[in-house]
Design a protein around this ligand. Structure first.
Ligand code: CMC
Length: 441
């Protein structure tokens, strides 16, 4: 295949790729983004050649045009609407980041105040929703509860489910960002048998979540500012990540015109998996299992042994073939939190740091470009803050909600959007005639 012929005039099209297949030629436009690799537009491939492309796991496939998040995995760069993640984590608040992701620009002071007020006003859930929780077993995983209860939002807020109405899309978006922490905290409170704590409008987003999780009605709850700043930063780090599995799930579910709350519930279901959002839980469990620094070589050897089925959780990434830029901020946040809580000597931190040091010098990990990802240090941090492991992925879901809904809105507003319908390479039986029971051997 050749890429040639600069086409000039056509917007976004920089050249044309020519594919020759058994004498049939197909010209495919090559489209350039602002930054990042070009894409070969194969939309007409089937019509011109009768062939599909085959790309399990979509490693070479761009599914959409997006203006929200950019990742350069080789350089370890992550930008939200062009702004580097470390700058946002340093200077922005989570709600400022939400506004940025949703609207494309940082808010003015006035826009920020208005946005904050809107989100705050949507934090309560319909009182009848409390009944949902009691239908779950107390020992249910909170992600299972999240899938169910967030899906159930679609049965409560009928005035924001017309996806063709921009105003309703906006209300649904605000509702999801605002209610997700409330639902998550309720899932946690239910699991430990404590009463639900209502949201407080005088608190910022992260502080409010902390109080809904850790306050009890019988005594005042004091918010530790280091904890709330750290949590806010963790939310920023997880807010969006381009076309990852859960975001693609939300887009695919939404492409049929489905209810937005149900689409986000689908995203939560996908996020739950250990190869995606569930890795923070798995990473902490692994560090606990390793337990002491002297056992690290055994686990490194296991990770390198293909037959063991074991992987170093919190290591490696489909896109980052360099240090995950979120992991750098996460590592610093982890140290800050442990310092503030007087847990500097937390044994798991020593295990994590030594594991990271060894892995970064080991030829196996160097050759395969396996670096710590965001989940490597997030588990230790969240554990120190008092969250049980089962809540880790739930916190990820709270943060990623804004990414999901921003990407969902972008998809709905995209004139090129069509229902997502991948094709396949069929290796099953060709057509054959039905055989009745008495004739089957
Ligand atoms: N430990 C040991 N070996 C690994 C690891 C690991 N964590 N990750 C990848 N490899 C090896 C893998 O065995 C393969 O080796 P080979 O080429 O010899 O077959 C090679 O590296 C490439 O792996 P892959 O599975 O083809 O890569 P992928 O892009 O499909 O998978 C991943 C990416 C994140 C699923 C994988 O690295 C992994 O399972 N990591 C552990 C789970 C984890 O930490 N996930 C969190 C991802 S970040 C959070 C998020 O954004 O959702």
């Amino acid at each position: 295949m050749n890429v040639h012929d600069k086409t000039g005039g056509t917007p976004g099209v920089s050249s044309v790729a020519k594919l020759m297949l058994e004498g049939k030629a197909c010209d495919m436009p090559v489209r350039s983004g602002t930054i990042g690799p070009d894409v070969i537009d194969v939309a007409k491939l089937y019509k011109d050649t009768g062939c599909f492309t085959y790309d399990p796991g979509f490693t070479s496939t761009a599914n959409c045009v997006s203006r929200i998040t950019y990742i350069d995995g080789d350089a370890g760069v992550l930008l939200y609407r062009g702004y580097p993640i470390d700058q946002l984590a340093q200077d922005a608040s989570f709600l400022e980041t939400c506004y940025l992701l949703m609207h494309g620009e940082l808010p003015t002071a006035e826009q920020y105040v208005k946005f904050k007020k809107t989100i705050t006003n949507h934090t309560m859930v319909h009182e009848q929703m409390t009944k949902f929780f009691t239908g779950f077993r107390r020992d249910a995983h909170p992600m299972a509860v999240m899938v169910g209860v967030v899906g159930a939002l679609s049965a409560f807020y009928h005035d924001s489910t017309d996806i063709n109405d921009a105003h309703q899309r906006q209300i649904a978006s605000h509702r999801m960002i605002a209610k997700m922490p409330t639902i998550a905290a309720m899932a946690y409170k239910y699991s430990i048998g404590q009463p639900f704590i209502y949201p407080r409008n005088d608190l910022d987003f992260a502080s409010n979540f902390l109080q809904m999780c850790f306050a009890v009605p019988c005594e005042p709850y004091e918010i530790n500012p280091v904890m709330s700043r750290a949590l806010d930063r963790i939310f920023i780090l997880h807010a969006d990540h381009e076309q990852n599995a859960s975001t693609s799930t939300v887009r695919l579910a939404g492409s049929s015109g489905a209810n937005p709350f149900a689409c986000v519930a689908a995203g939560i279901a996908c996020l739950w998996g250990p190869a995606h959002g569930g890795a923070n839980e798995a990473a902490l469990q692994m560090l606990e299992e390793i337990g002491t620094v002297d056992r690290i070589p055994e686990y490194i050897a296991k990770a390198k042994d293909k037959n063991s089925g074991f992987r170093l959780m919190g290591f490696g990434h489909r896109v980052y073939k360099n240090y995950d830029p979120r992991a750098k901020v996460m590592q610093a946040t982890c140290h800050e939190v442990l310092d503030a809580l007087g847990k500097k000597n937390e044994p798991l931190l020593a295990v994590a740091m030594e594991l990271e040091r060894i892995a970064l010098h080991d030829p196996y990990f160097i050759e395969k470009k396996l670096y710590p990802n965001i989940d490597f240090y997030s588990g230790i941090t969240l554990k120190a803050m008092g969250f049980p492991t089962s809540m880790f992925t739930v916190l990820f879901a709270i943060a990623r909600t804004v990414g999901w809904i921003s990407q969902w809105r972008e998809m709905i507003e995209d004139p090129e959007q069509r229902i997502g319908r991948p094709r396949q390479l069929y290796l099953g039986e060709p057509k054959r005639d039905f055989v009745k029971f008495d004739k089957r051997t």
